[in-house]
Design a binder for this molecule. Structure first.
Ligand code: 5GP
Length: 213
């Protein structure tokens, strides 16, 4: 996969409750050609979630089958419970077509993607402004029991411990500001010399320069 197109795999991680989804949605509103990868998971759907849109909800044995057959680019057990994974094929297709695909995955997945795709993956860590703010946001969601919140806080700690491997950090204090920061990262990455078709541009400009009298 190392030489697949010039697309960008924008990997976004951060503690549960930090607002990754909101910030990613804000980015996609500004850039409608950016798409979000739909992961597979063994966790049951929450109220309001639909299969194929939020996740592809699969059984333990289906997940195991996907893992064994190499269909998953990366996978991890998150919050010490369920399994989550990214399908390889849509990622390969997006990159080959030069598109930007966002993966909202945990730090274990981000690590695995970096190992496989190197600099083609851009790793962004979304951090809360404070630990206190994170707890407050998790409680406000009302989607999790106290037990689940405790599990999420334990994972949040692990995520924060692994911040060092990321390329960029976005602090989600004000959503609009965080969206602007993420957009800025994407814009800058699209203009890197490696991603830009610089040889063609250079040759065109030089040919024009030579023909100019
Ligand atoms: P939730 O159960 O709240 O939807 O997701 C829990 C966490 O699982 C998210 O914070 C996200 O980081 C992680 N996650 C979601 N999809 C994937 C995936 O495909 N791979 C990995 N490694 N983590 C994922």
């Amino acid at each position: 996969m190392a030489d697949s197109g010039r697309g960008i795999l924008l990997v976004v991680s951060g503690p549960s409750g930090v607002g990754k989804g909101t910030v990613i949605n804000g980015l996609m509103e500004q850039y409608p050609d950016v798409t979000l990868s739909v992961s597979c998971t063994t966790r049951p759907p929450r109220a309001g979630e639909s299969d194929g849109q939020d996740y592809q909800f699969v059984s333990d044995s289906e997940f195991e089958q996907m893992r064994r057959s190499g269909e998953l680019l990366e996978w991890a057990q998150v919050h010490g419970r369920h399994y989550y994974g990214t399908l390889r094929q849509p990622v390969e297709e997006a990159l080959a077509a030069g598109r930007t695909l966002v993966l909202e995955i945990d730090y274990q997945g981000a690590k695995s993607v970096r190992e496989q795709l190197g600099e083609q993956a851009v790793l962004v860590f979304v951090a809360p402004p404070s630990w206190e703010a994170l707890i407050e946001r998790l409680r406000k969601r009302h989607t999790e029991s106290e037990q689940a919140i405790a599990e999420r806080l334990a994972s949040a700690r692990e995520e924060i411990e692994n911040m060092e491997m990321y390329d960029y950090v976005v602090v989600n204090d004000e959503v609009a500001e965080a969206v602007q920061q993420l957009s800025g990262i994407l814009l800058a990455e699209q203009q890197t010399i490696e991603r830009f078709d610089w040889r063609r541009l250079r040759d065109e400009l030089l040919a024009q320069a030579d023909g100019w009298r």
